[in-house]
Design a protein around this ligand. Sequence first.
Ligand code: VAL
Length: 450
Amino acid sequence: MSQQSGIGQDQWKTRLGFMLAAMGSAVGLGNIWRFPYVAGESGGATFLLVYLAFVFLIGVPLLLTEFSIGKAGKMDAVGSFKKLAPNTKWHLTGIMGVIGGILILSFYSVVAGWSIFYLYQYVTGAFWTEPDGGFGAAFDAWITNPLAPLFWQALFLIVTMVIVMRGIGSGIERANNILMPGLAILMIFMAGYGMTLDGAGEGLAFLFTPDWSKLADPNVYLMALGQAFFSLSIGICGMLTYSSYLKEKDKLPAATVGVGLMDTLFAVIAGVMVFTAVFSFGVEPTSGPPLVFIILPSIFESMPAGGLIGVVFFVLLVMAALSSALSLLELPVAYIHRTLGLTRKAATAIAGSIIFVFGIAASLGFGIWSHIQVNGNNILDMMDNLTANIILPLGGLLMAFFVGWYLTRDKAIQFSEIESPLLQNIWLIIIRFVAPVVLLIIMVTSLLGI
Ligand code: VAL
């Protein structure tokens, strides 16, 4: 335990441990479940291009901004703002982050629960052959079932809670030390396998040959921005919370770039893995959220040893979901732990229960509450859109203003730990001008429905 960190928080044992945990937070369902279908719906390679531009132009500098606040504040999302800006309203950014984290994990755990159930179906061999009525009907029957998905969702949340209860070094860090290398090996294997399929070239073309006319579609920008924020876990203060557990000597800039690069690499590898399979079996890449639950199982079924491939795929999906869920849960846990003065275990039990209650709504939104819709979006879609397209970019914008404008230039640079004067200036220009302007334009455009 270090006295430098607030409320006797424990710390990452090593810088690598922090990096793996932050990568674990970034790489998740966002890369494997969300990225391929959002890219498929929003223009494939054109989307990828805009996405990459956002990740490196805005995402990575904002990630460093978020890390800087946490490392300097050394407390949870709300406490860090209070410490760095006492008697101001800046801590509301942290509160919004805590709410955002709770909302994301609520729907995230639904999809993670489906993933564990699918894994179970592959392990028992039930999905090695097509179920009666096909994989589409099986998926529909599954998600509309009111009770069974809740069981798997609860199981996922319990595993996440047990790890978080054990703390930073012995819980979250240790779990990510196993999850992340395992995930990397499985994903590289799957993408490599995808490339050997006949017709894989078409999938690669879809992902890597841009259609320039799509650049005129404003929706592509909103979706790419939302995806960049979601994927890098920026704007909800989960990364801020993680960086508050860093030791003073562990520097931020290299870790930030490492996380950005790895997350992007994982998204591209997931894209290769999914689209090579999708195109080699002649199915539509634009089938939306069910892509990995309907299309991929049908493809696995017609592959040699497809059942085993299914096992590997769903193992990796569950691992990715778990490593991200740890950061989403740690965010409210750290806050509740400090403000209510509870033990970590009690704080985790409270946060996990709140999340499960919201999660029930997201799950039932596919079945008995499917009549609750806004603009054709069910409860899960609403939570997803509200967080990815509004709360995350708004959180990012507020953090950019906080570090770029509220803090003095010297403080901002000191907290960022960037050493090169050139990079310091570039980073400041981005967080002061470029990121706010781009974020505002995209958010206003989307709110006005232009
Ligand atoms: N960044 C993660 C993901 O891409 C979570 C934390 C939203 O899935």
